[in-house]
Design a protein around this ligand. Structure first.
Ligand code: FAD
Length: 437
């Protein structure tokens, strides 16, 4: 008798948790992802700000699941689902439209950036979602300092050394704090013509406060901390324009060569593939057991699923994705073993945290609210615990201690895939002419 096949699309937090929960299932488990790695997105900002290297926050999915005998990992992109014929459509390196049949399907395909209808902003304000994004942003930030150092016209230093972050949620706040620490510690003594510490860091959001998911008190603490690090905060105004020269906020132009988008996300097209009801953001409305109506064999978990608990939608965070993935995996295994279904899914909120610069974080867990160094220690412990492999935990821990003590960062390399071709001159005078003066 062939074993039933469980296809999991996405090797992120939700998909990986589901795969792990199915390790002893009497089934063939196939995990498909369009990248070959599981990415720890909460630390992406540390790659973008040079603290960690890409290899410290991501591991090959094949390596993580290597010892799981019933599981096969496929590198490929799912482009559709036929829920009546029960197969997914996969594109891989050399084939289009490959049909992969399933008995159970778990979709855990996460989200992408959303520019709220202004897709034209994307070319000037990259978002932070993948490792490639993080390396591109790291290049952009480091390149700005290099360009400013090479630039003899001081009037251009201002725009080169102005960094604008659009979105004051956890990612925007963490990025702003990390850039502020970088310019005031790591880079401070290495430049001769510019003072990196004079860099302007502007955090913009239309919300009335930073870190809206946190309490007002913690939000205030984070704002004060950012201001003490020299970050300018512009709240209550959306960005009207983003172009090659910077941004326009509340009719004021802020000249900047480095704008980073940390504002919005939109779900994967899972809802379109399935042709089912979605919420306003486009996330798939799931039943209490995370399946879609009329299809008890199709589960949708994580950021791309929409489920209310206590009258509120569950947030798009790693804990929700992991708990949902685990739940779906266990439920399928129970069914395969002929056990009655478990209770409906219920999310257990272990709390939220955000880092604001060196040695400072805010933490909210139920009635507990903490800010400062103790919250930062808790943040560091939790993030180390949830990295996918013990080798990463050791490597990140050592790097953090080193960076904390010395101010030195893990990787400040500007790595362009096309070498110098990407560094097209932007000014009228080239460096050779400048230095001959
Ligand atoms: C910068 C940043 C910081 C964050 N910080 C925090 C934090 O501090 N705390 C927290 O709890 N959460 C944080 N989050 C949110 C958290 O990372 C997500 O909630 C979590 O990753 C969701 O898990 P998921 O499995 O739904 O999706 P993901 O982890 O995004 O995984 C989706 C996977 O599906 C794959 N995939 C997508 N489409 C396809 C396709 N068509 N075919 C094949 N594979 C596909 C992707 O390659 C990816 O591997 C952060 C997110 C970002 C971007």
């Amino acid at each position: 008798m062939p074993q039933p096949r469980i296809v999991i699309v996405g090797g992120g937090f939700g998909g990986l948790a589901a795969a792990r929960a199915l390790r002893n299932a009497p089934a063939e488990v196939i995990v498909i992802d369009r990248t070959n790695h599981h990415l720890f997105q909460p630390l992406l900002y540390q790659v973008a700000t040079s603290v960690l290297t890409p290899g410290q926050i991501a591991s090959p999915i094949r390596g993580i699941l290597g010892k799981q005998r019933n599981t096969t990992v496929i590198l490929g992109e799912v482009t559709g689902v036929d829920k009546d014929q029960k197969y997914v459509i996969v594109r891989d390196a050399d084939r289009e439209g490959v049909r992969l049949p399933y008995d159970y399907l778990i979709l855990a395909t996460g989200v992408t950036h959303s520019y709220f209808g202004h897709n034209e902003f994307e070319q000037f304000a990259p978002g932070l979602k993948s490792l490639a994004d993080a390396v591109a942003i790291r290049n952009k930030i480091l390149q700005a300092f290099e360009q400013a150092e090479a630039e003899e016209d001081p009037s251009r230093h201002r725009e080169l050394l102005t960094f604008v972050l659009v979105g004051a949620g956890p990612t925007g706040v963490e990025m702003a704090g990390a850039i502020a620490i970088m310019v005031r510690s790591t880079l401070k003594k290495e430049f001769r013509r510019i003072d990196p510490a004079a860099a302007r860091i502007v955090l913009v959001d239309m919300a009335p406060r930073v870190l809206p998911p946190f309490s007002e008190e913690l939000s205030r603490a984070a704002k004060q901390r950012l201001e003490s690090l020299g970050v300018e905060i512009r709240l209550g105004h959306s960005v009207d324009q983003i172009d090659a020269d910077g941004v326009v906020v509340a009719a004021e132009r802020i000249a900047s060569k480095t704008v980073i988008w940390t504002a919005g996300v939109s779900p994967s097209p899972a809802g379109k593939w399935l042709g089912v009801q979605t919420d306003r953001a486009g996330r798939v409305r799931v039943e209490k057991d995370l399946t879609i109506p009329g299809h008890p064999e199709i589960f949708v978990v994580g950021d791309t699923a929409s489920l209310d608990q206590n009258g509120k939608p569950l947030p798009g965070v790693a804990q929700v994705a992991m708990q949902q993935g685990r739940y779906a995996g266990k439920l399928i295994q129970g069914r395969l073993r002929g056990r009655p279904d478990q209770q409906p899914f219920s999310y257990f909120d272990k709390g939220s945290m955000a880092v604001v610069g060196k040695g400072f974080a805010v933490l909210q867990a139920g009635k507990i609210q903490l800010s400062g160094f103790p919250a930062w220690l808790a943040w560091a412990a939790v993030h180390l615990e949830f990295l996918a492999q013990s080798s990463l935990r050791v490597s990140v821990f050592v790097q953090w201690v080193w960076t904390y003590v010395t101010g030195q960062r893990g990787s400040r390399l500007i790595v362009n895939h096309h070498g110098s071709q990407e560094q097209k001159p932007t000014g009228k005078t080239d460096l050779a002419v400048v230095s001959s003066k």
